[in-house]
Ligand binder design. Structure first.
Ligand code: TXA
Ligand code: MG
Length: 355
């Protein structure tokens, strides 16, 4: 058992993006000290909060799996702050396509899979001969990596099976007593985990969709590579082992309501037009529903024209809603464009039914 400390870094320091100043804060000094002592620390990234440890130390990485209750066959992403750190983690040279994507999207929410070097312990990559690497853009994440001078293995800082944390409070509620420190940097900007890709000759496979979209990747390597989103069901042994777990599932049954379906009809037909049901819909649908005889609680997911807002707040809404004692949650489908693809990917995993 730990007594979990929470150390906050002020919003104006984060907004100013002055990494050297953030490196000198009490929170980062303490966090770096713990990491160097082979402990784990939760910290914000631009996607979601991560639970970091020295990626090169088996003993430290093991603590990540223990704190999260994560199966050890699910590999971790290694976070770096400078490009030079990449060469120690990988074997062989960097493909031209990887180089271009790094130039364009690092630091940022893109994770790339490489052949791993022998320096990276088996536990970090769950025994795979590849390693997933990303350079986050959040100034706190960069300051922490700089200060430790270590590559940090960091999965999302939730308990295994819960939605990824987008606020320090989410981390606290999942991991209180299980980790020594949470660096609180407020809300994460993107709110969904990074895009994960693997690069083969002539092909880029998207293993997990995220804020770096298929169009954005095509825009950089589309003339030389076929860019494809991989549906993990296509593989007997999943390429990205994490994809086989039902990561984001709330404990309350969750139904996705297709755009073509009528919510009022669904409520009536299933006899669920009552206060035990929660419906989460776009601001636009919410307006439409007002005139109907809806007895359920309704929450606003945000405007259909602002998918970034929807992505940013999705996990918070799911977490909160799950705690409110409803028997059933209905959530409206969003457009599968831009980050909406990633939103629907996470929702589909969490859902018990699509109606
Ligand atoms: O945005 C993010 O990526 C966050 C922040 C903290 O950086 N991290 C995150 O980590 O979402 P995690 O562990 O929750 O998800 C990592 C995903 C899993 O689906 C895992 O299976 C996959 O990346 N992965 C990691 N290493 C891999 C590898 N060598 N080959 C294939 N997939 C890999
Ligand atoms: Mg995760």
């Amino acid at each position: 058992m730990y007594k979990t400390a929470v150390l906050k870094i002020k919003r104006d320091l984060i907004n100013n993006k002055n990494i050297e100043i953030i490196e000198q804060t009490k929170a980062i000094k303490k966090a770096a000290e713990l990491i160097v002592e082979n402990e784990v620390v939760a910290f914000p990234t631009e996607t979601v909060y991560g639970l970091g440890a020295n990626a090169l130390k088996e003993k430290a990485v093991l603590k990540i799996f223990e704190a999260k209750g994560r199966p050890t066959d699910n590999p971790l992403i290694v976070h770096i702050s400078r490009r030079e750190q990449l060469f120690k983690l990988i074997k062989g040279c960097i493909l031209k396509a990887a180089d271009k994507l790094i130039d364009e999207f690092w630091p940022g929410p893109l994770t790339i899979i490489f052949k791993k070097s022998s320096r990276v312990p088996q536990i970090t990559t769950a025994g795979l001969d590849t390693v997933a690497v990303r350079m986050p853009s959040h100034p706190i994440a960069l300051a922490l990596i700089n200060q430790t001078e270590l590559p940090l293995a960091a999965p999302s800082a939730n308990s295994s099976g819960f939605p990824s944390p987008t606020h320090a409070e989410h981390v606290y509620s999942d991991l209180n007593g299980k980790i020594p420190l949470i660096v609180d940097g407020g809300i994460c900007d993107i709110g969904l985990e990074s895009t994960v890709i693997e690069i083969q000759s002539g092909q880029v496979n998207i293993l997990r969709p995220g804020a770096i979209t298929i169009e954005m990747i095509k825009g950089v390597v589309g003339n030389t590579h076929l860019v494809k989103t991989i549906n993990h069901k296509e593989h007997v042994r999943p390429k990205s082992p994490g994809m086989k777990y039902k990561h984001y599932a709330p404990s309350t049954p969750l139904w996705i309501v297709k755009k073509s379906s009528s919510i009022t009809k669904i409520l009536k037909k299933n006899d669920i037009n009552n206060e035990k049901t929660l419906i989460i819909v776009s601001s636009e649908t919410l307006q439409d529903l007002r005139s109907n005889q809806i007895k359920t609680k309704i929450k606003d997911l945000g405007s259909i024209n602002d998918l970034d807002y929807i992505a940013k707040n999705l996990f918070k809404i799911l977490r909160e809603s799950d705690l409110e004692g409803f028997k059933l949650i209905l959530i409206e489908e969003v457009s599968k464009r831009d980050i909406g693809i990633a939103v629907m990917n996470r929702l589909t995993k969490a859902a018990t039914k699509i109606i």
